[in-house]
Design a protein around this ligand. Structure first.
Ligand code: SF4
Length: 259
């Protein structure tokens, strides 16, 4: 059963905690996908869904928070910052239907982590293999920039999703410096001990964290597959392939801390 939409930060905290207590990722996804706790983002996601981009004007936009998706027993969790206005906010699935996703899914498919090389719609037959994908902020923000308050309001959804994934998750891949910065307090909230000073983002940087039960989670940095990075050559296909190979090795416990 889906709860009434959360409209405040404390309601987000309560609903996310209740979903985690029930042990249900599906419940967490259902509750988060109707959330209305950030007025600016609610307005934006819904305005975009009405105005649409001309090339998608025949399509019904999702226009809601985009929940995590993929393997509920994932060893690798990929975290992006937020859905794109005409990508995830249109299709209802993160990194689906946008240029960043084209790059990302092609690489995941080459690595054996996605069934198909493209991700175009929720009913395209795509399937993540041992991977879950989630946004640190679940609603598309104007100019792809959530405010710190919006990022913090959305945090409990990801904290509790990572708690539910903790029994199997071994690696979290942060796509871009903003996702990395958003992720660290999430991991602290999920019970992992963070080193001081705070670890710095870098492409291929790895930090290992342990929780109170001694579970170890590797955090792996990766440049965001945005057009800004892929067009300029800052991120190449081989660099992306190397990161996912590294993630696979870390998930198997075959390599350890490098930076
Ligand atoms: S960004 Fe997160 S907390 Fe804010 S409305 Fe969207 S789902 Fe809710």
């Amino acid at each position: 059963m889906t709860a009434a939409p959360a409209r405040t930060r404390s309601q987000v905290e309560r609903q996310a905690a209740a979903a985690a207590a029930s042990g249900s990722l599906e419940q967490l996804s259902a509750d988060s996908s109707v959330c209305r706790a950030c007025p600016r983002l609610v307005q934006w996601r819904e305005d975009v869904a009405v105005a649409k981009r001309r090339s998608f004007e025949a399509q019904a936009y999702w226009g809601r928070p985009v929940p995590g998706w993929g393997d509920p027993s994932a060893a690798i969790v990929i975290v992006g910052l937020a859905p794109a206005a005409h990508g995830g906010n249109r299709t209802g699935r993160i990194f689906t239907g946008d240029r960043s996703g084209d790059w990302l899914f092609a690489a995941l498919h080459r690595a054996g982590l996605a069934a198909l090389p493209t991700s175009t719609s929720v009913d395209d037959g795509q399937r993540l293999i041992g991977v879950r994908m989630v946004a640190a902020v679940r609603c598309a923000p104007p100019a792809n920039k959530p405010t710190p308050a919006e990022r913090d309001t959305c945090r409990p959804w990801l904290v509790r999703e990572l708690e539910l994934l903790a029994p199997t998750a071994r690696v979290v891949v942060a796509l871009g410096g903003f996702a990395w910065q958003a992720l660290l307090p999430v991991l602290a909230g999920a019970g992992y001990r963070l080193p001081r000073p705070s670890p710095r983002f870098g492409h291929g940087a790895v930090v290992e964290l342990a929780d109170a039960d001694g579970r170890v989670l590797s955090v792996l940095g990766c440049y965001h597959p945005s057009q800004q990075n892929t067009f300029t050559g800052k991120l190449t296909e081989s660099m992306l392939d190397a990161v996912f190979e590294q993630a696979r090795q870390l998930a198997r416990g075959e390599s350890r801390v490098t930076g």
